[in-house]
Design a protein around this ligand. Sequence first.
Ligand code: NAP
Ligand code: 3JN
Length: 345
Amino acid sequence: MSEQKNFNIAVVGATGAVGSQIISLLEERNFPIEQLTLLSSARSAGSVIDFKGEQIVVQEATTSSFENIDIALFSAGGSVSKTFIPHAVKAGAICIDNTSAYRMDADTPLIVPEVNIDHIDQHRGIIANPNCSTIQMVAALKPLYDAYGIESIVVSTYQSVSGSGTSAIKETYRQVQDILENGETKADFFPVSSLPVKHQIAFNAVPQIDVFQENGYTFEEIKMIQETRKIFNDSSLKVTATCVRIPVIAGHSESVYVEFKNEYDLQEVRQLLENAPGIVVEDDPSSQLYPLATNAAGKLDVFVGRLRKDLDNPKALNMWVVSDNLLKGAAWNAVQIAEYIALQK
Ligand code: NAP
Ligand code: 3JN
């Protein structure tokens, strides 16, 4: 029997919402690690994170942090990825990037393991993780795409605040507390912390995630559209999206309306989904069973329910898709990719 190789792993953004989930998963999954390097900005450098009982000191990421690193997982924002990934690749690391920095690059595979792991061999040192809202949608659509072909997708998202990081979670709790205690609050963070106009997130629904593009869509919506086409390798796929932030802490929910190329049988759809890897069907109106963010939070799967035929179009289906955005939407998808790479070595 060949010996298990252990890997030198770096986590960039180790103190963040995504990075801390990556570290927990590496521990829970008993990933074969020789050495774990935890990197952040200068702000958190020196802080200590427990990994399997070992106290690891977080270091400031620099261009020379990647010597001897086999796999580097990045979740510190697009500009950090753009700064450090070229150095990491040069040093010989395979980089799994959670940001949008390289997702649409022709040389960079955009991977959801259950959907298109066959694209991974095209990588030249960088493998991109899609946006969380894209991941859960394409995972749910994959078995149906293969069975019936997809003509068009109309998706509306209900995205939790943890998608915007640890500061966003704190801001939401603060606003809720302010309103409960004083009846009012000041908005400081949403929808986009770097823009001057802010909106209240507590007890609200904000139809803006990321910045607006000239065509009136937000960047989050454009990411969903472009990434879905790339993952399915189908430039003719019609996709439109409306992305909305709601004051849920963890778990993104999506209403997905999909028109297939062919007519379909609803019972067969249910079976295809039940047999698909990483998908759990929760769909029983008689017992009010359907996916809920509160149930999906902390779990690795994508939950699908409210399956129903369009009453006017026999080729179209409505579904409700929920997943933990920090797990399957980010950290778990990245760790799945790392596990796949480790198995190839
Ligand atoms: P977060 O909670 O705000 O954490 C940001 C992390 O990045 C922290 O560890 C921070 O370190 C680190 N960081 C910031 N500037 C840095 C720098 N110059 N050099 C090194 N590290 C730096 O944010 P998050 O929610 O974890 O998200 C982080 C990024 O992951 C996002 O910007 C996005 O690109 C990506 N993301 C992807 C998905 C997805 O859909 N796949 C979902 C969420 C996020 P300090 O503690 O030192 O500040
Ligand atoms: O808002 C969400 O629910 C998901 C956010 C993801 C995100 C946040 C900041 C920057 C991304 C991303 O993964 O697309 C990025 C980015 O890298 O562009």
